[in-house]
Design a protein around this ligand. Sequence first.
Ligand code: FES
Length: 237
Amino acid sequence: MADKHKKNLSKYTVDLNMPGAFEGETVTRRRFMNVTAQGLGGIAAAAFTLPALGFALGPVFSREPFEWQIIGRPDDFQPLVYSLRVIALVANVGEAGKSTAYIRKRDPAIDVEPEDEYNQIIALTSRCSHLGCPVEWVESASIFACPCHGGVYNFRGIRIDGPPVRPLNRFYTLIRNGYVYLGPMYSVNVEIKRFSNRDPGQPLDGIGQYLYPSRFSTATLPPTTNLPLPPAGIPAG
Ligand code: FES
């Protein structure tokens, strides 16, 4: 009885009384062929699936490169008047990567969010935070109006009417060497607290900031060393 039990536990096919067993064989030929065929099938499937997956998912995880760009001199901008600037949102793709931003100087009486080196110049995107339509600065009413669904933002870009779910996105700015540099875009909540860039329609107040995390590809703040030089012909400040 004990010997039979020992034979049942044996790793040899002969001891297990398998048909066609060989002395010293531990894996049946049928099982060997099955495992080999399945292994080769898996390798073949991976050979055409993995490159396709990498091609499809790669861009999701690659960060958009972003470089500081010069948008003028500090005195080109006033505290109570917005100036429109054409900016490059995506580098090296020509007109398709361009957008517009509304720029003004910070006014401590109006801009009560914490002050630092990145908000001495206030730069707002022209893209509505509802679905991305271009908003217009209406100087007479001191508001930004969106023509698509009636979104309205106040002077600071905070939504005051219509369907937008958060204020207008902003850009990091920096004053160096007598020039104003514009950096990547970021999103803000109603208190103008900074968050990494979110897509239109994604709220940032309350639990919205947790429900709508930013995309992996969102550009991060680039180093402030090696800033680009001003265009030839414009004297350094
Ligand atoms: S896109 Fe601006 S209100 Fe809808």
